[in-house]
Design a protein around this ligand. Sequence first.
Ligand SMILES: CC(=O)CC(=O)SCCNC(=O)CCNC(=O)[C@H](O)C(C)(C)COP(=O)(O)OP(=O)(O)OC[C@H]1O[C@@H](n2cnc3c(N)ncnc32)[C@H](O)[C@@H]1OP(=O)(O)O
Length: 396
Amino acid sequence: MHESRSMEHGEGPATVLAIGTANPSGAIVPQDEFADQFFRVTKSEHLTYLKEKLKRICQKTGIEKRHFHMTEDILRAHPEFLDRELPSLDARIHIVATEVPKLAASAAAKAIAEWGRPATDITHLVFSTYSGCRAPSADLQLASLLGLRHSVCRTILSLHGCYGGARALHLAKDLAENNRGARVLVACSEITLVCFGGPDGGNLVGHALFGDGAGAVIVGAGPFAAGERPLFEMVSATQTTIPGTEHALGMQVTGGGIDFHLAIQVPMLLGHSVERCLLDAFASSAAAVGDDDAGDVAWNDLFWAVHPGGRPILDKIEAVLKLEPGKLAASRHVLREYGNMSGATIVFVLDELRRRRREEEADRDDDHQLPEWGAMLAFGPGITIETMVLHIPQAN
Ligand SMILES: CC(=O)CC(=O)SCCNC(=O)CCNC(=O)[C@H](O)C(C)(C)COP(=O)(O)OP(=O)(O)OC[C@H]1O[C@@H](n2cnc3c(N)ncnc32)[C@H](O)[C@@H]1OP(=O)(O)O
């Protein structure tokens, strides 16, 4: 009985086997033009104080450009999107119900092509989005766009916000390790059209920060098929909620679209908690690999995949962990090029990390070792912190 149960589990930790990302083709907006464009298209030029404030905020985001599905043509067809007091949720959901899975399918097609096996070999699908206000939802539509088998086990994660991608990877790890042969497609797709609206004093930071994008990852545990190439082992994963912070970060579905709330204290609250989360995650990774010393880590000896929720969040994490400059380079790069794409962002960071690593591998001399161990961090409403210990297998 015990032997047959162990035959049902994967061998070793779940592993990232392929990564794909995509952005919508609607519009690419340079951050230094965003405030002018935003106030023009929302017919809010008269709100000069708010426009100046948005310009100040945009300059401090660490963002250079963002991609959006929303265009001026869509706004002309839906003038109700400008006024959050008008009912517009149905029209928004109608658009994203098609576009969110379509964007996810572009990212997933790249991941599946890299993986090298047919889409019908995918056994599980975990889809995360804040735009999934329908059933059946984006997961079913993605399964049909990709031609997944009808028996694929689907899970949709809704409104997890910026930790949605990390939560989906954590769940994929559990699925892959507990179902021998499972190959889990993680897909995360976020389109800000559901949150778009004219400016008011409370939503400027969200408008300055969020962008559209999708990320997809194939996750599986051993035994691996010929051609499957492990990129990152997911050694251990934890989730922590910071007590008493449920009002600091949030999303609310209203008749006029989805509202974001980001308290000014978020970077500080994360700064207070992040080291404890990392210590706990590394202690469980030491237990997972059966090595007491594996829990003793110097933060600068790791590689880092941190969700770039905002520039001050990265600065705070860098400061509290005393990280050397450049340790969060992949996160800063993604923030600069795409903004905060909520749950999808962490997949872009993993993709950027492996791209940089390949370049560094090609350039390094023999006595310069690249870090084998790494940490992934993502945050969202709760305040919830997802932490994962990553390891790069030797063959890479
Ligand atoms: C919901 C999810 O799940 C999403 C997630 O990713 S979770 C993480 C979300 N990210 C955040 O919460 C961090 C967002 N904040 C930022 O990126 C930066 O604070 C910022 C770019 C907005 C400003 O940068 P900064 O270094 O703090 O500059 P600072 O000069 O202090 O602030 C600029 C202005 O922004 C205002 N501001 C800063 N943070 C604010 C916030 N959270 N809400 C409202 N206003 C804010 C300041 O009051 C200031 O206003 P004035 O110019 O009128 O004085």
